[in-house]
Design a protein around this ligand. Structure first.
Ligand SMILES: CC(C)(COP(=O)(O)OP(=O)(O)OC[C@H]1O[C@@H](n2cnc3c(N)ncnc32)[C@H](O)[C@@H]1OP(=O)(O)O)[C@@H](O)C(=O)NCCC(=O)NCCS
Length: 207
């Protein structure tokens, strides 16, 4: 983990395996985020929906900048010793520095259970960026003291279930009719990893 002094007022935490680097979002990345949210799969699986499962209107660059500002608030809260709920990393190609996607912490419970999510821009899929990012993020969550890390995946999202499995997560079950998309109830799979049994754990990693 690389921790540098903040150039704005948030810490610059970056995690890398040499192929993928995770780093905090910057306002300069707002155009990339807005463009990514025009992708139907990202709107479907990561975007906001109303109670009938209708997606929110397309994201503008201003909307994306506001989301990036919220991420920055969450980073500041983390520095102030609050849980990392709401912090998000930009996923970048380590060699070029180019943006490819996003992963972030949706929730950190009082019982130290971390829930996270991710997306990869359409042109960068199929190259292992998501799996590598999930491994890096999970390792960081366990270093922060998470007792359990989990994600939920809509039952028809095979690409995301494959990421969870490749990253060493266990499919613990399926919550029937747990979500709604365009008026139809959707089953949701539940994947989790525990620090001691996680196959991606490094031998000297804290439990
Ligand atoms: C889900 C999503 C992130 C998966 O992205 P992805 O690019 O398929 O996933 P990965 O980055 O792990 O790449 C996997 C592919 O790269 C290949 N790959 C190459 N090197 C790899 C490596 N070192 N590690 C893992 N996979 C690697 C795999 O074989 C696989 O190829 P295949 O699809 O032909 O089998 C992407 O489809 C997406 O953003 N979808 C829309 C939003 C979404 O569903 N978000 C998740 C909500 S739960």
């Amino acid at each position: 983990m690389d921790v540098r002094a903040a150039d704005v007022d948030i810490p610059f935490i970056s995690l890398s395996d040499g192929v993928v680097t995770l780093r905090p979002w910057s306002r300069d990345d707002a155009g990339f985020m807005a463009e990514a949210f025009a992708d139907p799969a990202i709107r479907r699986y990561n975007g906001a929906h109303d109670r009938l499962g209708r997606p929110a209107p397309p994201m503008s660059i201003e909307d994306a900048a506001a989301i990036i500002d919220e991420f920055a608030s969450s980073w500041r809260a983390l520095v102030a010793a609050e849980p990392p709920t709401g912090v998000a990393f930009a996923i970048t190609d380590a060699a070029s520095g180019g943006l490819v996607g996003c992963c972030g912490v949706d929730d950190w419970s009082n019982a130290d259970v971390a829930q996270f999510g991710y997306w990869i821009g359409p042109s960068a899929r199929g190259r292992g960026y998501a799996t590598r990012a999930v491994v890096l993020l999970t390792r960081w969550l366990f270093e922060l003291g998470a007792a359990r890390a989990f994600l939920t995946v809509e039952a028809d999202n095979e690409a995301s279930a494959a990421v969870a499995r490749r990253a060493g997560f266990v499919h613990e079950g399926t919550m029937r009719a747990h979500s709604v998309w365009q008026g139809e109830r959707i089953d949701v799979m539940w994947f989790a990893a525990l620090p001691l049994e996680w196959p991606m754990r490094e031998p000297d990693e804290p439990a």
